[in-house]
Design a protein around this ligand. Structure first.
Ligand code: HEC
Length: 121
């Protein structure tokens, strides 16, 4: 009985308010911001794991075993539609986040040539 009362009391508590933009969470921007270029988007959202140079040698990138975007082999074996698909939908099992709610379709498309350019560096 007490447990039921507690349960009901908990259910009545409103969900926490969403974090307001600019509330000290610059790295956790949650809405699609269409103004960001591929370079901005990559630096802000991808480099933490994939590294600024695309090699993925960040602490997180090494731990999660992210691919090396500068590798000729990776470039050759990964199609453009596979790149857009993983950016949109992520890979839950491997901890690659999904970005379809955070980036616009144009931004996701623009990331493809950005990632391809790592091969030539
Ligand atoms: C929390 C760390 C993390 C962040 C942030 C992240 N990724 Fe990943 N990414 C991963 C992991 C882990 C993998 C490996 C999973 C796999 O290959 O399916 C991966 C794989 C990929 C792949 C390769 C998939 C393949 O088939 O080889 C692409 C392309 C990619 N990420 C692009 C991006 C882009 C673009 C962003 C930013 C918009 C981004 N990632 C942000 C962790 C991350």
């Amino acid at each position: 009985m007490i447990a039921l009362v507690l349960l009901l009391a908990q259910a009545a508590v409103p969900a926490p308010a969403p974090i307001a933009p600019g509330a000290g969470a610059a790295a956790l921007v949650t809405e699609a911001d269409p103004s960001g270029s591929a370079e901005d988007v990559y630096a802000r959202r991808c480099a933490g794991c994939h590294a600024a140079d695309g090699k993925g040698q960040t602490t997180k990138g090494i731990r999660l075993r992210v691919p090396d975007f500068t590798s000729a082999k990776w470039q050759k074996h990964t199609r453009d539609d596979e790149i857009t698909d993983i950016i949109e939908n992520g890979n839950k099992k491997r901890k690659m986040p999904a970005y379809k709610d955070k980036l616009t379709a144009d931004q996701i498309k623009a990331l493809v040539p950005y990632l391809r350019a790592f091969a030539r560096k």
